[in-house]
Design a protein around this ligand. Structure first.
Ligand code: SF4
Ligand code: SF4
Length: 361
């Protein structure tokens, strides 16, 4: 295993690719890495600094926690105030500020908020606490959603009536189309998320290349994966070869994981979704379909998710669209730090602001 990973961190090969990229003499290029883990890896290995000035990497909305709007957090906070409800969630969600506080604060004052590693743990809690209502905060892209769908499916099969999910699940394709169409953003090429691609396959990304004339590459997460992918992308753009290349074929196939897709669409159906800072994108989210509606916490507890303003001064929206860098936000490293985050991009371990902060960019 060590040798296998070393292969993707080989300094000599990295140097060759860097040398090759430094010879690039074409027009300025803007490349968006859509995925939060790519952003983290790019910052962690200092890859941005290895590229010539003419090749700019901008970060996209690829962290599910970062794109969850404040209004959703406010609804979760509201739910946690109700008697006999256990709110279950992944760790990062506990620290995102809503308008009045955070789930971590609610926990500190005695509300029943519990961190879980999997939605299936939340289901265990529902079985163990038949006198309580267990709500799972259902946030994630195509990578996480199949297991959430499986959990809801299990709850239904077992006839568990004290389990529900507050949905804010999102899917990548429509969001990528929105970014590709944004003339202000003017992206030349995309580095697509490896994990999401493993589930949905590569067909959609090929369509973006073909129909929207944006070159793309599906990339893995090791430094060599990323640099090699950038190299191929730049070469293709320079040659007018606007195609999608799958550079992560050890994990990603054309069809993707059809079983995971089936499970997801057995329980969920496409719905409009609000992305933090980007706004409403048609068909870019998921809601429980009619057969599973009774597991929808918003309906069960009559929660209305109302739009609420983002924190004052926070530029997360612009950062998530790749229009601004974290350092362009006045709150970066001043009022906003990982210990005291103002916006979601500083909270999540995959957030762009957190990556820039941690690795000093
Ligand atoms: S879940 Fe995977 S694919 Fe999605 S943003 Fe995180 S690392 Fe990238
Ligand atoms: S530095 Fe903080 S406030 Fe500014 S954009 Fe990032 S998360 Fe939002």
């Amino acid at each position: 295993m060590a040798n296998y990973i070393d292969e993707f961190r080989d300094k000599e090969v990295i140097q060759k690719i860097v040398d090759n990229l430094s010879n690039y003499s074409g027009p300025n290029l803007k490349i968006m890495e859509v995925c939060g883990t790519h952003t983290m890896a790019i910052s962690r290995y200092g890859l941005r600094s290895l590229l010539p000035k003419s090749i700019e990497l901008v970060s996209g909305p690829g962290c599910p926690v970062c794109v969850t709007p404040t209004s959703y957090i406010d609804s979760a906070l509201q739910l946690s105030d109700k008697k006999d409800i256990i709110i279950t969630t992944f760790g990062d969600m506990m620290r995102i500020p809503g308008n009045e506080s955070t789930l971590l604060y609610k926990k500190a004052i005695g509300n029943n908020v519990q961190m879980v590693y999997s939605p299936l743990n939340a289901l265990d809690l529902a079985r163990e606490n038949p006198d309580k209502e267990v709500v799972f905060l259902s946030v994630g892209f195509e990578t996480t959603t199949p297991v959430i769908a499986l959990t809801v499916y299990k709850a239904k099969s077992e006839g568990l009536n004290n389990f529900s999910v507050l949905t804010a699940n999102k899917t990548m394709p429509e969001a990528i189309k929105t970014l590709a169409e944004d003339s202000e953003l003017d992206i030349d090429g995309f580095i697509y998320p490896g994990h999401v691609s493993a589930i949905i396959g590569t067909d959609f990304f090929s369509n973006v290349a073909y129909n929207m004339k944006k070159a793309g590459v599906v990339a893995g997460f090791e430094p060599l994966d990323i640099l090699y992918s950038i190299n191929i992308l730049v070469k293709n753009i320079s040659n007018g070869n606007i195609i999608l290349e799958n550079m992560y074929s050890r994990i990603v196939t054309k069809e993707g994981n059809t079983k995971a897709q089936q499970k997801m669409y057995e329980v969920f159906q496409a719905a409009d979704a609000v992305w933090r800072g980007i706004g409403n994108i048609k068909n870019s989210g998921l809601e429980l379909n009619a057969e599973y509606e009774r597991f929808d916490a918003a309906k069960k507890f009559d929660i209305k998710i109302k739009a609420s303003p983002e924190p004052k001064g926070c530029q997360c929206g612009e950062v998530l669209k790749g229009k601004k860098r974290p350092i362009d936000c006045k709150l970066f490293k001043t009022r906003c730090t990982p210990e005291n985050p103002v916006g979601a991009c500083m909270v999540s371990s995959e957030g762009t602001c957190a990556a820039y902060y941690k690795y000093g960019e």
